[in-house]
Design a protein around this ligand. Structure first.
Ligand SMILES: Cc1cc2nc3c(=O)[nH]c(=O)nc-3n(C[C@H](O)[C@H](O)[C@H](O)COP(=O)(O)O)c2cc1C
Length: 136
C-alpha cells in the first residue's frame, strides 16, 4: 500500500533563491533515488510538497529530515494516509519540482484531467492559491 504525506510550510526570511534552487535540485535527485514520487513547489515564501511511496521511507524522510530542517517553519500537514495509488506517479516517474510557468501549466492540466477521487480534488483546491499567485 502506498503512503502519502502532503504539507505546506513557510520559508525562513533569509532564504535566498540560490538556496531554494539547491533544495529543489537535491530533492529531485534524492527522492528519485529513493523511489519517492510527488511534487515540490515554492511561491511567495511558501512551500507545498507531496511525498508518495513506501510508508517507512515517506515517514522517515518527512519526520527525520524535512520536518527538523531549519530553512522552513510553520509546517502544516494537510494529508497523511495510505493511498491506493500514488497520484503523481503517472505525472512523472521522477520526483518533480514546479518552478516555471510551463511546469505550473503542466501540473494544472494534469490535475484537471486526473480528478479521479477526493484526494485529487483536495490537491486541486490546495494548489489553487499557488497557481493564482503565479498567474497574477
Ligand atoms: C521545504 C523543503 C523540502 C524538502 N524536501 C526534501 C525531499 O523531498 N527530499 C530530500 O531528500 N530532502 C528534502 N529537503 C532537504 C532535507 O530537509 C534535508 O536538508 C536533506 O535531506 C539533508 O540531506 P543531507 O543529510 O544529505 O545533507 C527539503 C527541505 C526543505 C526546506
Amino acid at each position: 500500500m502506498n503512503y502519502t504525506i502532503c504539507y505546506t510550510s513557510k520559508s525562513v526570511e533569509n532564504l535566498d533563491s540560490t538556496e531554494i534552487k539547491s533544495i529543489f535540485q537535491s530533492t529531485v535527485l534524492k527522492n528519485s533515488d529513493r523511489g519517492i514520487t510527488g511534487i515540490l513547489l515554492y511561491n511567495s515564501g511558501y512551500f507545498f510538497q507531496v511525498l508518495e511511496g513506501e510508508k517507512e521511507k515517506v515517514k522517515s524522510l518527512f519526520y527525520d529530515l524535512i520536518y527538523p530542517d531549519e530553512r522552513h517553519v510553520e509546517l502544516f500537514v494537510v494529508m497523511e494516509k495510505f493511498t491506493t495509488e500514488p497520484f503523481f506517479s503517472s505525472y512523472s516517474t521522477e520526483f518533480s519540482v514546479v518552478q516555471t510557468k510551463e511546469e505550473y501549466d503542466h501540473l494544472k492540466k494534469y490535475i484537471d484531467t486526473h480528478l479521479i477521487n477526493e484526494d485529487s480534488k483536495k490537491f486541486k483546491r490546495l494548489l489553487a492559491p499557488f497557481v493564482q499567485m503565479l498567474d497574477a
